[in-house]
Design a protein around this ligand. Structure first.
Ligand SMILES: [Zn+2]
Ligand SMILES: [Zn+2]
Length: 330
């Protein structure tokens, strides 16, 4: 049986960076993000590749008054400009949501919470509010209710809250088998990012939610090249730039090859990561390669919404824990 490739891209723009003083990671007026999303969507149509876009609910709005209530900490909405898409396109992006929806390929719009909340750092009532508010935003905009979630900054949300909000699938950081350790040193971590093949880990059901796994670091766009408008970390710079680009292309293809051998590979990054000429050419090449292998029947491309089906789980309630798939780590 062929393996699967899942691609998820976080669309959060200012909501993911403003709190950390990194708004300049985005391009002016997020023009590059808008343009590269369009290029990506064109390529997806050329090759019939569906992607899971993890969209922060607030980005659906044309404008707002700058405060949304909720059981959040008092200063939570301080970064909300309370303006409109024309004035602050990093905080409102109905045009990008529309671009995704208008394409021939049926992409998945999953939730990345309403305001990029770190789910393990707040009270569960805040997570509940965020999931519910995202659901309402989808409904109001005629977008199918999200059945998947990508928790911001890998902050684990309570499974019960997700299940109650209709969420069946979540992306989690790379599951490591018992005995398999996280890299114990910076050198080892560097080696993993640069040279190890993409991990293949089968999705599995945990507390009623199917988890799909990807490394903590981005793997569609990569940290060793320019990410958004930021230069890569100085540790990567002694490696010639053209070599790093070749490494990126090789690593992307190697992940597909791992899936062809029967694994499940989940690539991810943020939209702003790939929105530059250092990252994009390799991703363009990868989409063509992935589609070619899929067309040959070597691999399947599955957005997150399709993962319950490959886990043999028609509904959450009918899931039989005894029949959950095992974990394969390579
Ligand atoms: Zn707002
Ligand atoms: Zn995010």
């Amino acid at each position: 049986m062929p393996g699967t490739v899942t691609i998820s891209i976080e669309l959060e723009l200012g909501w993911g960076v403003a709190k950390y003083g990194k708004l300049d990671k985005l391009s002016d007026g997020r023009m590059a993000e808008t343009q590269y999303l369009s290029r990506l969507l064109e390529r997806c149509d050329d090759h019939d590749v569906p992607i899971t876009f993890d969209v922060v609910g607030h980005l659906f709005h044309e404008n707002c008054a700058g405060h949304h209530g909720g059981p959040h900490p008092d200063d939570w909405w301080d970064i909300d400009p309370g303006t409109s898409v024309d004035e602050d396109p990093a905080f409102y992006a109905p045009d990008l949501v529309e671009d995704i929806r208008s394409r021939r390929t049926t992409h998945e719009i999953c939730t990345h919470t309403y305001s990029h909340i770190e789910c393990d750092a707040v009270d569960p009532t805040v997570v509940e509010w965020e999931v519910d508010r995202s659901r309402r935003v989808h409904e109001r905009n005629g977008v199918p209710a999200a059945t998947s979630i990508v928790p911001p900054r890998h902050g684990t949300p309570p499974s019960e809250t997700l299940a109650e909000g209709g969420i069946r699938v979540k992306r989690s950081p790379h599951y490591r088998a018992p005995g398999e350790r996280r890299p114990s040193s910076d050198v080892r971590k560097l080696y993993e990012i640069l040279l190890e093949r993409h991990p293949t880990v089968s999705p599995r059901e945990m507390d009623g939610i199917i988890e799909t796994y990807s490394p903590e670091y981005t793997t569609l766009a990569v940290p060793y090249l320019q990410t958004g408008q930021y230069s890569p970390h100085p540790v990567y710079r002694p490696i010639p730039h053209t070599f790093r680009q070749r490494l990126h292309a090789w690593n992307l293809r190697r992940g597909v090859d791992a899936a062809v051998q029967g694994g499940d590979v989940h690539y991810w990054c943020h939209l702003y990561d790939l929105a530059n000429e250092q990252q994009w050419p390799q991703i363009d090449d990868f989409l063509g390669y992935l589609a070619k292998r899929r067309d040959r029947g070597d691999v399947e491309i599955r957005p997150m919404r399709d993962l319950p089906a490959i886990c043999g789980q028609p509904t959450l309630n009918e899931a039989d824990p005894a029949e959950q798939p095992g974990i394969v780590i390579e």
